[in-house]
Design a protein. Structure first.
Length: 171
């Protein structure tokens, strides 16, 4: 006959084994999820860029599937004109950073949290990108777009700050 302590130890060992197995599954799923999020983000950015190029070219080309799929991941006010992709809307009263695509939202939040104006090379590592020339230039382009749309200001060349202080997000 097995003692009570031995039975409890056996159950504890079995529970520990199940926990370790589940933790390994979670680690595997987390890794797969991050990979899929990265792929999704790249596709979304590509779609946005193509839509902007089509719009810049006059919007009269064959936009194909881009113009046919107006997917919206974030709630956007009806007045914001969408051309088949999530774009950076012009800032207006009552609009929060929640309407921005993830990377733009991250940039605005980093700049808003800073004590003063920031350069692109300071922002890149804070949004999780390697501080290499390509990423810095890409981020600089996004910063310029945020300035054009009224989310940020560039009072000094290459130095970006929030266009307005106060509650930037509605989370």
């Amino acid at each position: 006959m097995v003692s009570l302590i031995e039975e409890l130890e056996a159950r504890e060992a079995a529970a520990r084994a199940r926990v370790e197995e589940l933790e390994a599954e979670i680690a595997e799923l987390t890794s797969r999820l991050e990979g899929e999020r990265e792929a999704w983000s790249r596709l979304r950015i590509t779609r946005e860029t193509v839509a902007e190029v089509i719009t810049d070219l006059g919007g009269s080309g064959s936009a194909g599937p881009v113009a046919e799929r107006p997917e919206q991941e974030s709630p956007v006010e009806p007045e914001v004109r969408m051309v088949g992709a999530i774009m950076v809307p012009h800032w207006r009263e009552g609009l929060s950073v929640d309407v921005l695509p993830d990377v733009y939202r991250d940039i605005v939040e980093v700049v808003s949290d800073a004590s003063g104006p920031m350069q692109a090379k300071q922002i890149v590592p804070r949004i999780g990108l390697p501080a290499v020339t390509g990423k810095i230039e890409g981020t600089r382009g996004k910063l310029k777009r945020l300035v054009e749309r009224g989310w940020l200001v560039e009072d000094q060349p290459g130095r970006f700050a929030p266009a307005r202080r106060g509650p930037a997000r509605s989370r």
